[in-house]
Design a protein around this ligand. Structure first.
Ligand SMILES: Cc1cc2nc3c(=O)[nH]c(=O)nc-3n(C[C@H](O)[C@H](O)[C@H](O)COP(=O)(O)O)c2cc1C
Length: 206
């Protein structure tokens, strides 16, 4: 099939009703990150510029577009927790993105119960079926192609402890879709939910 393309250079504008960038690179898993400031304030916020980057040791990362509370907390303490966003938790996750001051605890704002972590003084989202306790490994300020600094920081951390709800383990195999994970699409409001019907298998050649 031949395509007729809309082509553009992002630096000079996309020429569309909405920037398609994050609708194209999507749906993305959500980094729902809890952290604590050095002075003790608890924080929780979603980051969809998020992914896993290494197996051994496991490393995950997210981008803070602008210097936000989560970034500052991790700079101060070196610790954070990732919590899986599931369909029952989606609306609460959305509430935790409110632009509130660092003294506001988004767990309380969104009516979310906490569980303690085993390796750090950062709460987990109690109703999230999977959490990773992470220690910061690197914080990289991003650069444009000309080497100029961008006000975006990529926060990378090693997963030092994993908590999985046992119901998601069938004969020792983690069931991705059973967790009903929610992923971020583009535009102001698009999300996707993973269901078991969407599963297909394809093995690597050779
Ligand atoms: C689904 C979702 C994904 C988001 N992804 C990002 C992201 O990748 N990077 C970012 O800087 N902000 C992102 N935001 C906005 C932040 O969550 C928001 O700025 C929040 O107030 C930051 O909280 P904090 O200052 O407590 O860290 C996202 C919001 C939502 C709802």
């Amino acid at each position: 099939m031949e395509h007729s393309f809309h082509s553009y250079e992002p630096a000079t504008g996309h020429g569309l009703a909405h920037d398609p960038f994050n609708a194209i690179v999507g749906p993305r898993p959500i980094g729902w990150i809890s952290s604590r400031s050095a002075s003790g304030h608890v924080n929780l916020a979603p980051y969809s510029f998020f992914n896993a980057f290494n197996y051994t040791p496991p490393i995950i990362g997210f981008a803070s577009i602008g210097a936000k509370d989560t970034l500052r907390n991790i700079e101060e303490t070196g610790a954070f927790v990732w919590n899986l966003v599931t369909r029952p938790l989606a609306e609460a996750m959305n509430q935790t993105c409110a632009a509130v001051g660092p003294e506001v605890n988004e767990f309380e704002l969104a009516g979310l119960a906490t569980l303690p972590s085993s390796h750090m003084d950062v709460p987990r989202v109690a109703n999230s079926p999977v959490s990773f306790e992470c220690r910061k490994t690197q914080i990289l300020q991003l650069q444009g192609q000309d080497g100029s600094a961008i006000s975006t920081w990529l926060v990378l951390g090693e997963v030092v402890a994993v908590h999985i709800a046992r119901r998601l383990l069938k004969e020792g195999v983690y069931q991705t879709a059973d967790a009903e994970p929610v992923l971020r699409g583009g535009g102001p409001a698009d999300y996707f939910q993973v269901t078991p019907e969407q599963l297909f298998r394809m093995r690597r050649p050779g």
